[in-house]
Design a protein around this ligand. Structure first.
Ligand code: 5AD
Ligand code: SF4
Length: 441
């Protein structure tokens, strides 16, 4: 038997790409590929790309420039670009970097085996269609091998919201939800393979409306059904839009024990004028009221968010409004970005804020967000939390896991506890993690 071919996948961007990379590796498994951790010995390199900000897209071209050199020592090496840059730029990628053999958009991953075969015949392969068929149904069946205790599961893709800054509606297309039964089957398979925590993914995951035998299901109905899988201990979901929250999803945070007390709910700005210009279709006040409802349902819930500074038209006062919103909400963890013009999106055509101003605002916002993060992390000391152990630590006898609130926690604990949720008392807080002791009674 010939040696298996080696596949190296480098993943950029969001968790949906992490999930897609797994599925692509499985799809190419059928063509005789096994995954390798380095580009150097690979027969196929796939960059699974992100187009959300200009920097993310430019990174791909510099990476491709580096990788093409590997073809000198390995003429059989094939280089592919997948993901959102592939969708947005298609043929242009091969023009800019002729070493690229394959370009595949996020909706066509099930066609990868045929595309790979085509490259082996010396041809280029390009597919950025939005095909009729459901890629998930046509993707290789997930193998039965055991795996780590946490997994992502994409349940919804695409976005119909058209925020004025965002490429997602163009790169990932319209909102589509996977049928509920298929999601449940995949979840049960994952749990059989050792998964104890599932994070449901979607660009607009709370807009989930997958078909079920009794009509469309909401995200909360899906979560409640998943919670019945006994060996599944934890459920999370990301990313949500404030306007798609419904009463039952809020209630589930109070009464569904397996749904973790952590919510990523981006608001982007605290200024009503900017929110309107962004086409977010809600006010700062409405967002804050929504957060209050979550806190009523689950008082210890930890909030996470995304912010953009320097959106076209953002004044000093608008930015102050963002800081005021952050002060009011108190986030446990956040992502914040300078506005980046994306070709083809409405805001790209507007008058832009000065780069230096963006830089200063980002610094001020990040200082505030970091302070809140540290304060909340420090306030965990002395508290009892659940920790799902994911891997061994560097110290002897140490395991590392994630708390209910998604903090990394280091604990002295027997290896037998890997893949289980233990009760832990937090004893110390450092820059990016917590330490704790097992509660044994
Ligand atoms: N510029 C800067 N940040 C952006 N995001 C999306 N589009 C842009 C852009 N053009 C941010 C938003 C979003 C997160 C995934 O990325 O905050 O929630
Ligand atoms: Fe990046 Fe958005 Fe594509 Fe995810 S969906 S990879 S964040 S552009």
């Amino acid at each position: 038997m010939s040696d298996p071919k080696k596949l190296f996948i480098k993943t950029y961007g969001c968790q949906m790409n992490v999930y897609d990379s797994e599925r692509m590796a499985e799809a190419l498994g059928g063509s005789g590929y096994v995954q390798t951790e380095t580009a150097d010995d690979a027969d196929m390199i796939l960059l699974n790309t992100c187009h959300i900000r200009e920097k993310a897209a430019e990174k791909i071209y510099s990476e491709l420039g580096r990788l093409k050199g590997l073809k000198t020592s390995n003429p059989d090496l094939k280089i592919g670009v997948a993901g959102c840059v592939a969708q947005a730029e298609g043929q242009e990628i091969m023009r800019r970097q002729p070493a690229v053999d394959l370009v595949v958009g996020p909706q066509s991953y099930h066609r990868l085996p045929e595309m790979e075969a085509k490259t082996r015949e010396g041809a280029k392969a390009l597919d950025t269609d939005f095909p009729e068929e459901d890629k998930f149904e046509h993707l290789a069946k997930r193998p039965k091998a055991s795996r780590g205790p946490t997994a992502f599961l994409t349940v919804q893709e695409g976005c119909d919201k058209f925020c004025a800054f965002c490429v997602v509606p163009y790169t990932r297309g319209a909102e589509v939800s996977r049928p509920a039964e298929r999601v449940l089957t995949e979840a049960r398979d994952l749990v059989e393979r050792g998964v104890r925590e599932i994070t449901l993914l979607g660009q607009n995951v709370n807009a989930y409306h997958g078909a079920g035998a009794d009509g469309d299901w909401t995200l909360s109905k899906l979560i409640r059904e998943l919670a019945k899988i006994e060996e599944l201990k934890r459920i999370r979901f990301t990313t949500s839009h404030p306007n798609d929250m419904d009463d039952d999803l809020i209630a589930a945070h109070g009464d569904c024990e397996k749904l973790m007390p952590y919510l990523h709910l981006p608001v982007q700005s605290g200024s009503d004028k900017v929110l309107k210009a962004m086409n977010r279709k809600h006010t700062a006040e409405e967002y804050i009221r929504l957060i209050e409802r979550f806190r009523e349902a689950r008082p210890d819930i930890l909030l996470s968010g995304d912010f953009i500074v320097g959106f076209p038209g953002e004044t000093d006062q608008d930015f102050e409004d963002t800081l005021a919103l952050v002060e009011e909400v108190r986030y446990g963890q956040c992502y914040s970005f300078k506005y980046s013009t994306r070709p083809g999106t409405p805001a790209a055509e507007r008058e832009q804020v000065d780069e230096d101003v963006k830089g200063e605002r980002l610094q001020r916002l990040q200082a505030l967000l970091t302070r809140q993060q540290v304060e909340i992390q420090n306030s965990m000391v002395g508290r009892e939390v659940g920790v799902l152990f994911e891997k061994q630590g560097r110290l002897d006898g140490q395991l590392i896991g994630k708390s209910d609130y998604l903090h990394a926690v280091h604990v002295q604990a027997p290896t037998a506890l890997l893949g289980t949720v233990a009760r832990v008392r937090i004893s110390a807080s450092s820059t990016n993690s917590l330490a704790g002791d097992l509660i044994t009674d």
